[in-house]
Design a protein around this ligand. Structure first.
Ligand SMILES: *Cc1c(COP(=O)(O)O)cnc(C)c1O
Length: 406
C-alpha cells in the first residue's frame, strides 16, 4: 500500500478518478486501545462493521482478542488473520449448518439466540457432535428500546418475560447462560444503556439462574459532521458514555458478572477516510464517483452528515464564488439509479467544481463492508495515510462547519 502524509497529498499525487480509501492504522489502534481501556470487560469487535483483513490484523495487533461474528465468511476472515482469537457467534438466528460449522470447524462456544426453536436447533447439533452443553454459553438476546440511528430491536430480541423462560430452559439443559442486548447503532440518547441494564436486571432476578456473562452489545456513537442549520446534537463523547455505563453497571449489580461489549462503529470510523472526485458540478449539485451503492449507504440510511474536506484541483485556474463561504451541496452518486442521492448535503466552499476532490472523513464503519458492484462501480483502491483526518491544519469545510455551529 502506498503511504502518504495526508489524503490531500494522496489526491494531488495520484489524481485519482476512482474513490480511494485512506487507511490510518495508528488511528485504528488508538481508538481500539481507548475503548478497551475504558470498558470494564472483554471487547469483541463487531466484524460486520469493517471486516477487511488490514483492519482485523491491526486490531489483533492492538490486543483485541475476541471478535463478534455472524457468518461463515466472518469466521474465516477472523481465523485467517488471527488464528488464536476467540469468536462470539452473536447472530440470534442461524442456519443449522452454520451452527455445526461454528462448533466443529471453528471451535466457537458462545452463541446468541432469542427463541426456543433456536435452542432446539443448537441442541440438535450439540447432540449430533456429542458436545457437553456445560462447555457452551448461550446468550439470550433481550429486546431493548431507545433512540439510535439504527434501531435493531424491531428485528431481534426476546421480550423480558420470554427471555426469562429462555434462560431457564437453556440452564435446565445444562448450558451456561448469559444475557445480551444490542441497542442499535449510533445511539442518540445516553440513557439507552441504562434502560437496557434495568431490563436485564429484571430478567436476571426473575430467571433465578447463575449468569455466565452480560453482553452490552455495540451502538457506541462515532463522531461525524453536523449540519449548521440543525441544532447541535447533545450527545456526549465516548469517555462520558463509558463512565456512565460503568456507573450503571455497578448500580444494577452487574459488576461481578463477566462483561462483554461488541463495538463496531466507534472503533473503526475514524480509521478511514475516502477521497472522491467531483465528476460534475451542476448548480448546487455535485455528481461524485461514489454513492449509496458503494461506500456511502450508511450515511444515506442513517441520515448522517459526513465531515468533508475540500481538495481543490490546482489545474483549475478559474473559479467562481467566494472561497471563504461554506455552503450546502446536494451529493449525487455514481450509479444511474435515481435514488442514489445522499440524504444529507456536504458543506464545502462555494468554489468547489468539476474535477476537484473531496476527502470524506470518519468513513471506516459500514462503508466498504456494504459496497456493491451495482452498475459496475466497485471502489477497491487503498492507500495508507499517516496523519489523522482531524489533525494538522483545520479541515477546510469541516472546520468552518464547527465554527458556524457554535
Ligand atoms: C452491528 C452489531 C454490533 C456493532 O454495532 P456498532 O453500532 O457498530 O457498535 C454489535 N453487536 C451486534 C449484535 C450487532 O449486530
Amino acid at each position: 500500500m502506498q503511504l502518504f502524509e495526508t489524503a490531500t497529498d494522496a489526491a494531488l499525487t495520484l489524481r485519482p478518478d476512482v474513490p480511494v480509501y485512506c487507511f490510518r492504522p495508528q488511528v485504528l489502534k488508538a481508538d481500539a486501545t481507548a475503548f478497551m481501556a475504558a470498558f470494564p470487560g472483554e471487547t469483541a469487535y463487531a466484524v460486520k462493521t469493517n471486516g477487511e483483513p488490514m483492519v482485523l490484523e491491526a486490531l489483533a495487533a492492538a490486543g483485541v482478542k475476541v471478535f463478534d461474528v455472524a457468518s461463515p465468511g466472518e469466521f474465516e476472515a477472523v481465523r485467517t488473520v488471527a488464528p488464536k482469537a476467540g469468536m462470539l457467534y452473536m447472530h440470534p438466528i442461524k442456519a443449522q449448518s452454520d451452527i455445526r460449522l461454528a462448533f466443529e470447524t471453528y471451535g466457537i462456544r458462545v452463541l446468541a439466540l432469542d427463541h426456543e426453536d433456536e435452542v432446539a436447533k443448537i441442541l440438535r447439533v450439540v447432540r449430533a457432535l456429542d458436545l457437553d452443553p456445560g462447555t457452551i454459553t448461550l446468550f439470550v438476546r433481550l429486546q431493548t428500546k431507545g433512540h439510535a440511528a439504527y434501531e435493531l430491536s424491531k428485528k431481534f430480541g426476546a421480550a423480558p418475560a420470554h427471555a426469562v423462560e429462555l434462560l431457564q430452559r437453556c440452564h435446565r439443559i445444562g448450558f451456561k447462560v448469559g444475557i445480551c442486548f444490542h441497542v442499535g447503532s449510533q445511539i442518540e440518547d445516553p440513557e439507552t444503556y441504562e434502560r437496557a441494564l434495568a431490563s436485564a436486571n429484571w430478567v436476571r432476578s426473575r430467571a433465578g439462574v447463575p449468569l455466565a456473562g452480560l453482553d452490552v452489545g455495540g451502538g457506541f456513537p462515532a463522531e461525524y459532521g453536523h449540519d449548521p442549520r440543525r441544532r447541535k446534537p447533545v450527545m456526549p463523547g465516548l469517555p462520558e458514555i463509558m463512565s456512565r455505563l460503568r456507573e450503571d453497571i455497578d448500580a444494577w449489580g452487574f459488576s461481578d458478572v463477566p462483561l462483554v461489549a461488541e463495538p463496531g462503529r466507534v472503533v473503526v470510523a475514524r480509521a478511514f477516510s475516502l477521497i472522491v472526485r467531483v465528476l460534475l458540478r451542476k448548480g448546487r449539485r455535485l455528481y461524485i464517483n461514489d454513492g449509496i451503492w458503494a461506500s456511502l449507504s450508511d450515511s444515506w440510511t442513517g441520515k448522517i452528515t459526513l465531515p468533508a474536506r475540500f481538495i481543490p484541483d490546482p489545474a483549475r485556474t478559474r473559479r467562481n464564488g467566494n472561497p471563504e463561504t461554506i455552503g450546502a451541496f446536494r451529493v449525487c452518486g455514481a450509479t444511474c439509479d435515481s435514488v442514489d442521492i445522499l440524504s444529507r448535503p456536504f458543506w464545502l466552499p462555494e468554489t468547489v467544481d468539476t474535477g476537484d476532490w473531496i476527502e470524506i472523513g470518519h468513513i471506516g464503519a459500514y462503508s466498504l463492508s456494504l459496497r456493491t458492484r451495482f452498475n459496475g462501480f466497485y471502489p477497491d483502491t487503498f492507500v495508507e495515510v499517516r496523519r489523522g483526518f482531524d489533525e494538522g491544519t483545520a479541515a477546510e469545510g469541516y472546520a468552518s462547519l464547527e465554527t458556524m455551529a457554535d
